[in-house]
Design a protein around this ligand. Structure first.
Ligand SMILES: C[S@@+](CC[C@H](N)C(=O)[O-])C[C@H]1O[C@@H](n2cnc3c(N)ncnc32)[C@H](O)[C@@H]1O
Length: 248
């Protein structure tokens, strides 16, 4: 682990309290349930599922009938994930921004929830992570992401520019916000990078022919509805053909 920003929060004490503070906290329960329901809708019985930045393996643990695996940068989070998922194919430490050719084209569903990318030091590293996530999805497989952007975080309305042509025609463009999350237990997650929704679409559109933008309207713990992305029609190599974009 060489990411200074990252090393601080996800230590042993924090990892032990993670489910209590987040996934199982009544405040975030609706959001966790929405994740589980959407993941369920994306899985078929014989699917192979890779959870990137799986944390404590909380979501994986709800699907014991599925062939599933995960990775995370934090060794202590992975230890907890292993206890919660003794039958997983593997639970390894790995950095999302680094490729792993062994996983290429191997997974019917790749998920990345809870914004692990936000801890990476630059937009370039996040873009590299998008390429890795794409490379791991099988032909015919899907990628599920839960980005937070300025609109979700602060309720600030922004004009989205979903195509590269549109984005390149502008003199200036807001790609992301940098935000610090201070938890009530005193833990701070400093200078997290949250790319805007349209930046995600511009990146992902190079790799997938279809992008669905979903909304969990029932999640009350945020002032704005929570969005998620489902990417399908994996391209064999990246191109500039616009993806089919739909709002679900
Ligand atoms: C907020 S937690 C989300 C965990 C889980 N996906 C969930 O939705 O509950 C963020 C996770 O990202 C992991 N993480 C941070 N940087 C990472 C990286 N570069 N590669 C993989 N995982 C990373 C952290 O260790 C932590 O477990």
């Amino acid at each position: 682990m060489n990411n200074k920003k990252f090393v601080e929060p996800y230590n042993e004490d924090y990892a032990k309290m993670y489910n209590h503070n987040w996934s199982q906290n009544p405040i975030h329960k609706e959001e966790a349930n929405s994740h589980i329901q959407t993941i369920k809708s994306l899985l078929t019985l014989h699917a192979r599922w890779l959870d990137a930045g799986c944390g404590t393996g909380f979501f994986l643990s709800h699907f014991s009938e599925i062939s599933r695996a995960g990775f995370d940068l934090s060794e202590t989070m992975i230890e907890i994930a292993k206890n919660a998922n003794p039958d997983a194919l593997f639970l390894n430490t790995h950095d999302l921004s680094k490729p792993n050719a062994e996983w290429n084209n191997n997974w019917d569903l790749v998920t990345c929830t809870g914004q692990p990318w936000a801890y990476l030091g630059s937009l370039d590293l996040i873009e590299k992570s998008v390429e890795n996530l794409w490379s791991w999805v099988s032909s015919g497989g899907k990628l599920f992401l839960t980005p937070l952007d300025i609109q979700d975080l602060y309720g600030v309305k922004v004009n989205y520019h979903f195509t590269e042509v549109e984005a390149q025609s502008l003199n200036s463009l807001m790609n992301a916000v940098i935000s610090t999350c201070n938890e009530s237990n005193g833990v701070s997650h400093l200078n997290l990078i949250y790319p805007n929704l349209d930046q995600w679409v511009r990146w992902l559109g190079k790799f997938f022919g279809k992008i669905e933008i979903g909304t969990w309207d029932n999640v009350q713990s945020y002032s704005f509805p929570r969005r998620y992305l489902v990417c399908s029609n994996k391209k064999t190599k990246p191109d500039n053909v616009q993806p089919f974009l739909s709002w679900i």
